[in-house]
Design a protein around this ligand. Structure first.
Ligand code: GAR
Length: 207
């Protein structure tokens, strides 16, 4: 069965684009059925529409609180019979009940080797910490920000002379390769969330 995926974005949407491109392969186990943005001016909306993907805008400003926003989001996902949700540069914190509803069926990509450098400005955090390895993580979403069990990670070197922009660009190239890999693993049932741990087709790994 081919999973129907919604991608949630807030801006540029380059990870969204890489997912759309990957899912075009005939043997890919998922299709992008919907792109939702919480901002009407997200550039990714035009990219998605040009690719023939249905889009929706659910502007958080139009709702009195997070719960009402998440209910509107849930209605969009239900209307499009979504199986899996991919957060791709979606810069809103979701309510615990929304996250629990999608437990094991919602993925995020974060531009660091989690659990290192959660939250904002992970590349600046990495440079400030002086690490020589940095990267990105595809993980299951749990209520605590950037803390869900890892599905797959990619590593890049931190090079002498790197600044935030050069490091971000090196990581982003890996993000574009990695997110389709992580989504395929979940869509094929090769990685699933059990309790608080990712289970990989038979063997448990540290989350
Ligand atoms: C990506 O680098 C993504 O990993 C990051 O925002 C960027 C979105 O770019 N997400 C987070 O920091 C989430 N905590 P994109 O819109 O071009 O995919």
């Amino acid at each position: 069965m081919t999973a129907r995926v919604a991608i949630l974005i807030s801006g540029r949407g380059s990870n969204m684009r890489s997912l759309i491109e990957a899912t075009r392969a005939p043997d890919y186990p998922a299709r992008i059925a919907l792109v939702v943005s919480n901002r009407a001016d997200a550039a990714g909306l035009d990219t998605a529409a040009a690719a023939g993907i249905p889009t929706a805008v659910v502007e958080h400003r139009g709702f009195p609180d997070r719960a009402a926003f998440d209910e509107a989001l849930a209605r969009e996902l239900d209307a499009h019979e979504i199986d899996l949700v991919c957060l791709a540069g979606f810069m809103r914190i979701l309510t615990e009940s929304f996250v629990e509803h999608w437990r094991g069926r919602m993925l995020n990509i974060h531009p660091s080797l989690l659990p290192a450098f959660k939250g904002l400005h992970p590349h600046a955090q990495a440079l400030a910490a002086g690490v020589d390895r940095h990267g990105c993580t595809v993980h299951f979403v749990v209520p605590e920000l950037d803390s869900g069990p890892t599905i797959v990670q990619a590593t890049v070197p931190v090079l002498p002379g790197d600044d935030e922009a050069s490091l971000a660009a090196r990581v982003l190239a890996e993000e574009h390769r990695l997110y389709p890999v992580g989504l395929a693993m979940v869509a094929r049932g090769e990685a699933r969330l059990e309790g608080g741990t990712t289970v990989f087709a038979g063997k448990a790994a540290a989350g």
